[in-house]
Design a protein around this ligand. Structure first.
Ligand SMILES: *[C@@H]1O[C@H](CO)[C@@H](O)[C@H](O)[C@H]1NC(C)=O
Ligand SMILES: *[C@@H]1O[C@H](CO)[C@@H](O)[C@H](O)[C@H]1NC(C)=O
Length: 312
């Protein structure tokens, strides 16, 4: 557990020495493996990661700063760009009853590639979410300060996920200051396309991941690319004394333009299904999804989805 915690807060990278132990192990001593660390003085909450495999760069979104480090040796910092919440926004946030030390700061939550030379970046910005463009050649933010509502949560404690698909940002986040309105949406030239604010669509979701799965080229059904979201939500199907949590996968089609009469500016292709992860040996059900990775490779007929689950 101590190690898992360290992974989260310090961001460690296990070097190949770990392959000395072919058996899967759940715990190990820090001295048994060589860890490469990246940590800057006075910088906390290294929470958003984006790997650029062709450039061997790992981008890291932390609290009030974005870093680029060498992905082959993450101790090697290449660039940094500070982005602090303004004094005015910070004061306004404190006036609304939030903590200056922990909440009225800019937590970077979206870090997505827009093109070869630009990342799209959003932060909570003292409960006033904003987005900007990070130019990679100079590693400078352009100072556009776009409204980040629906792209990034207001509250740094709320869950979030996003993925850029062909220049359009898909996000799973909360839409309001109070964080009570969950949303899965797409931002594009045509405006916002979103889930309805209603329990059957999303019920207190904790978002963990999202990604696109491309349709095979020349698909005979004219099938479209699809964007998938992974989250844990509170069940409406079952009512027990306690809230019952269920892991979910939801899907929207990239080609969705919303409805003409009903469902205007809402998804018409939104579907969700339950994920089931259980161990028949001891009859354990793992009903909380914590992370997901989708392995895509030209060698694979279909992408493989890996999920990490725990029990409630
Ligand atoms: C990784 O980078 C750090 C900082 O530049 C350096 O001190 C260290 O020797 C490097 N490690 C390896 C294995 O190259
Ligand atoms: C930021 O990091 C601190 C210390 O590691 C932790 O206690 C806090 O919960 C984190 N906050 C967020 C919003 O992630």
């Amino acid at each position: 557990m101590a190690f898992v915690h360290r992974l989260y807060t310090l961001l460690c990278f296990v070097l190949p020495a770990a392959t000395l132990f072919p058996e899967p192990r759940i715990t190990w001593q820090q001295t048994e493996i060589r860890l490469t660390h990246f940590k800057e003085q006075e910088v906390y909450n290294y929470s958003t990661l984006l790997l650029s495999e062709d450039k061997n760069v790992l981008y890291i979104g932390a609290r009030e700063v974005i870093f680029a480090v060498n992905s082959l040796n993450i101790s090697e910092k290449k660039h940094e760009a500070y982005w602090k919440a303004s004094e005015e926004k910070s004061k306004e946030c404190v006036r609304k009853g939030k903590s200056r030390q922990t909440e009225c700061l800019n937590y970077i939550r979206v870090l997505q590639p827009l093109n070869e030379n630009t990342l799209y970046v959003c932060g909570t910005n003292a409960f006033h979410p904003s987005c900007d463009f990070l130019e990679l050649s100079s590693f400078r933010l352009l100072g556009k300060n776009e409204d980040g509502k629906g792209r990034c949560p207001f509250d740094p404690a709320q869950s979030y996920t996003s993925v850029m698909v062909d220049g359009e940002l898909y996000s799973g986040t909360s839409f309001t200051f109070l964080g009570s309105e969950p949303i899965i949406c797409r931002h594009s030239q045509q405006g916002l396309l979103r889930t309805e604010y209603a329990v059957p669509w999303l019920n207190e979701p904790k978002f963990v991941y999202s990604d696109v799965i491309r349709a095979p080229p020349n698909n005979p059904d004219g099938d479209d690319d699809k964007v998938y979201f992974f989250f844990t939500e509170v069940s409406v199907e079952y009512e027990f004394f306690n809230k019952l949590l269920i892991p979910r996968i939801a899907r929207v089609c990239k080609g969705d333009q919303g409805g003409l009469r009903t469902l205007q500016k809402k998804w018409t292709t939104f579907l969700k299904a339950r994920l089931i992860c259980h161990s028949s040996e001891n009859n354990m059900i793992f009903n909380v999804i914590n992370d997901v990775f989708i392995l895509k490779s030209p060698d694979l007929q279909e992408p493989i989805i890996f999920g990490v689950f725990t029990s409630h």
